[in-house]
Write a protein that binds this ligand. Structure first.
Ligand code: MN
Length: 209
């Protein structure tokens, strides 16, 4: 998480703004990344001076803060993790194969099979937790230091770092994340997100726990 002159910045998108379509449109990114995340950033940077938390990392602020400072710091951390976990929607002659192969491998792939039975069972549980989260919030895959995985529903700005865990993968189930593209169809948005997850990013977060 980069700061410039003590001000937190949005993570740079690792893809073009139109590259996630049709799963997430450029219009949604313009609002979600360009407006919603920016508002959380502006609020966080305005609330930091005099809070006693200047100079802490964003994760430390999210662990320790309460009230408005927590809400805005949490939303900045959550969105930075969310927006950097995607890669371009596949196109071209091998796109079907790219979609079929889009899953975790290596240590993380093994851990998902161990802790959830199979990758498909994991996806089904994760998706169901997102669909059934009442109101606004996030569904998370996280790990402890030993590599044991868990899926949790976190209301509002919640993040598993508050429980001492390392966040790996998240679906944003606030309406602002999907309303422009899917209106009220939260489940349709969540099932489409699997096609653009960059599992190499999630694997590296797991390895760095
Ligand atoms: Mn959001």
């Amino acid at each position: 998480m980069k700061t410039i002159n003590g001000h937190f910045q949005a993570a740079t998108l690792p893809y073009a703004k139109n590259a996630l379509a049709p799963v997430i449109s450029e219009n949604t990114l313009d609002f979600h990344y360009g407006k919603h995340l920016q508002a959380y950033l502006d609020n966080l940077n305005a609330a930091l001076p005099g809070s006693g938390m200047e100079g802490l990392s964003l994760e430390e602020i999210v662990r320790k803060a309460e009230g408005g400072l927590f809400n805005n710091a949490g939303q900045v951390l959550n969105h930075n993790l969310y927006f950097t976990q995607f890669r371009a929607y596949p196109s071209g002659p091998h796109s079907e194969q790219v979609l079929t192969d889009n899953r975790p491998y290596g240590e993380l792939g093994d851990a998902i099979t161990r802790d959830f039975g199979s990758f498909d069972a994991f996806k089904e549980t994760f998706q169901q937790k997102g669909v059934t989260l009442f109101g606004s919030g996030w569904v998370w895959l996280s790990t402890d230091k030993q590599g044991r995985l868990a899926i949790t529903q976190e209301p509002n700005a919640g993040n598993p770092v508050r429980s001492g865990r390392t966040p790996l993968l998240t679906f944003d189930v606030w309406e602002h994340a999907y309303y422009l593209d899917y209106q009220n169809r939260r489940a349709a948005q969540l099932s489409a997100l699997w096609t653009i997850i960059d599992w190499r990013v999630i694997e590296s977060r797991y390895a760095a726990r």
